[in-house]
Design a protein around this ligand. Sequence first.
Ligand SMILES: Cc1cc2nc3c(=O)[nH]c(=O)nc-3n(C[C@H](O)[C@H](O)[C@H](O)COP(=O)(O)OP(=O)(O)OC[C@H]3O[C@@H](n4cnc5c(N)ncnc54)[C@H](O)[C@@H]3O)c2cc1C
Length: 214
Amino acid sequence: MSTNRTDVRRLAQRGSNDRNAAYEILDTAMVAHVGIVDEGFPVVIPMLCARDGDHVLLHGSSRSRLMRSLAEGCNACVTVTLIDSLVLARSAFNHSANYRSLVVFGHARALRKLEEKRAALEKFVDHLVPGRSADARPGNAGELKATLIVAMPIDEFSVKARRGPPEDKKTDMGLQVWAGEMPVFTKFGSPIPAPELPSDADVPDYIKAMIPDR
Ligand SMILES: Cc1cc2nc3c(=O)[nH]c(=O)nc-3n(C[C@H](O)[C@H](O)[C@H](O)COP(=O)(O)OP(=O)(O)OC[C@H]3O[C@@H](n4cnc5c(N)ncnc54)[C@H](O)[C@@H]3O)c2cc1C
């Protein structure tokens, strides 16, 4: 849904309300920045995020100020940012970044049923480490009670993205300055076993699959 506050005004050609692009950003991201107004002041807090269909999932302690506010349905804004590359122009002024970002406005709904919460937590775990939920012990009733999980509809949202090479002025094109894109990647390194694990404990295949060059 496009509304006055989701219409991208600055460099509008980079903006869209493309739902699939929004999903792709959420499915790639690990972190969302969640903004609320608390006692009259804006506060923006980083959180892990996942997607369940057309909702953003957020979770945290039942005692968290942020989670309680979200569960009560406060006005909220969820922002997700992916940096794809740094863009080095010939002029300092035209340096930029290639990025994909998403802003979602709305009100989250707290998941209350135990089964609904368990399924959402599995989505969370599998979003971060595909295959992990089949391996890890599921949350018990006490743990689920101590956890608030909210689902924010991806309804009023905008996507903005920049792609491509630097955009230098014609008058700068002849400058003898290197210009181009510096790709940015987030990648996993070798897993570090927990200290209590037996020394011969195998790293599961679903974890090995996350490490580059395997
Ligand atoms: C990458 C990342 C992922 C996270 N994922 C989750 C998650 O999925 N669920 C979850 O509940 N929490 C997560 N956290 C922790 C989260 O950022 C908050 O600390 C937590 O949710 C408590 O928020 P609150 O507003 O209820 O805390 P409060 O303790 O009530 O916040 C009070 C004040 O503490 C400061 N503060 C709180 N958190 C931070 C912070 N992260 N960095 C700097 N200052 C801070 C701010 O000034 C804030 O106004 C994550 C943090 C990071 C960095």
